[in-house]
Design a protein around this ligand. Structure first.
Ligand SMILES: Nc1ncnc2c1ncn2[C@@H]1O[C@H](COP(=O)(O)OP(=O)(O)OP(=O)(O)O)[C@@H](O)[C@H]1O
Length: 300
């Protein structure tokens, strides 16, 4: 039996029209994230990462395609369902602290505020659990302005998961932090994912995020292009071995993006030759390679 994914985007298209010019921010993006997964979506500026997150968080709707999160069809939500979805099904951590936390409330009051709005019960027990999980009990009574950037993001994570969402979405959660603090905040997200099993998607332009997640999905030109999967195995002498394998993403109709360095090294462009072999598909430059002429062949 296959479980239903917590995030399933199929052929997602988002076109913006600005001053009569159309921009295709997403061009048929396909993405599947299983329950409990921790996935990073990386890509260059303008590749469509924020557009994807706006759709998944219910702030924007796609032009075409389908998107389901934890069983909710994001294209068919009523206004009321959208509010419920944002309060109970997904939690968000944004790059800017001002968007995550209310500046006039303390850390623990911010956590309570999220629970009060969603009418969550057993608030005292939940708040204590979150302070402990995120290691922020000692700063619970400070306001955001009295916290470091890393502490603010830890509080933001606690607020985002206060109502036990199925999915946690983070948009550049380390965008304003230095390297060491970024690693600390990503470690906190990893810890929450492991302890609570909340399905987590982190969108970032920072490739170093891949050290903290099992799966890194690359977006190029509004489509998922490649994926790196990491796993750890233990060898005979008990040593941990880290493995990373890169895959191209194949969509429903068979489209894939070849990695740019592969294309450059074989000068692949416009058109390629394909051949079906027993266990793989060969991709060759359009023009056959020029071989030195065979004298015997020439005589015939
Ligand atoms: N509201 C909008 N109106 C017009 N064009 C938009 C709008 N939002 C995004 N775009 C365009 O869509 C494309 C994808 O933008 P998006 O913000 O999703 O990329 P990104 O990968 O998140 O980039 P960054 O890392 O710089 O935030 C860009 O070309 C952008 O200019």
């Amino acid at each position: 039996m296959t479980t239903e994914p917590d995030i399933l985007c199929t052929d997602l298209v988002r076109i913006f029209t600005a001053k009569g010019v159309e921009v295709q921010a997403l061009q048929g993006l396909t993405l599947r994230v299983d329950p409990g997964d921790l996935v990073a979506v990386v890509g260059a500026s303008g590749s469509g990462k924020s557009t994807l997150l706006s759709i998944l968080s219910g702030l924007d709707t796609p032009t075409a395609g389908s998107a389901r999160v934890a069983g909710t069809d994001l294209l068919a939500m009523t206004g009321r369902e959208r509010v419920d979805y944002q309060r109970h099904t997904v939690g968000f951590v944004w790059q800017q602290t001002a968007r995550n936390l209310l500046p006039y409330l303390t850390a623990v009051e911010n956590i309570y505020a999220a629970m009060i709005v969603a009418r969550t019960r057993s608030r005292d027990a939940r708040a204590a659990e979150l302070l402990d999980l995120l290691g922020i009990a000692d700063i619970a009574d400070r306001r955001p302005g009295q916290l470091s950037g890393g502490q603010q993001q830890r509080v933001a994570i606690a607020v985002a998961i206060a109502n036990s969402p199925r999915v946690l979405l983070a948009d550049e959660p380390t965008g304003e932090l230095d390297e060491a603090t970024s690693a600390d905040v990503l470690g906190a997200i990893e810890h929450v994912n492991r302890e609570l099993g909340v399905t987590t998607l982190i969108v970032t332009h920072d490739p170093s995020v891949s050290r903290h997640v099992r799966r890194t999905v690359q977006i190029r030109d509004g489509r998922t292009s490649t994926e790196v999967l990491r796993r750890v195995s233990v060898d005979e002498s008990g040593r941990e071995q880290h493995h990373a394998e890169e895959f191209a993403v194949l969509d429903r109709v068979g489209r894939l993006q070849l990695p740019q360095d592969f294309m450059a090294s074989l000068s692949l462009r416009d058109r390629v030759r394909l051949s079906l072999e027993d266990d793989h598909i060969g991709v060759y430059p359009d023009a056959p390679p020029v071989r030195p002429s065979d004298p015997e062949e020439d005589e015939r």
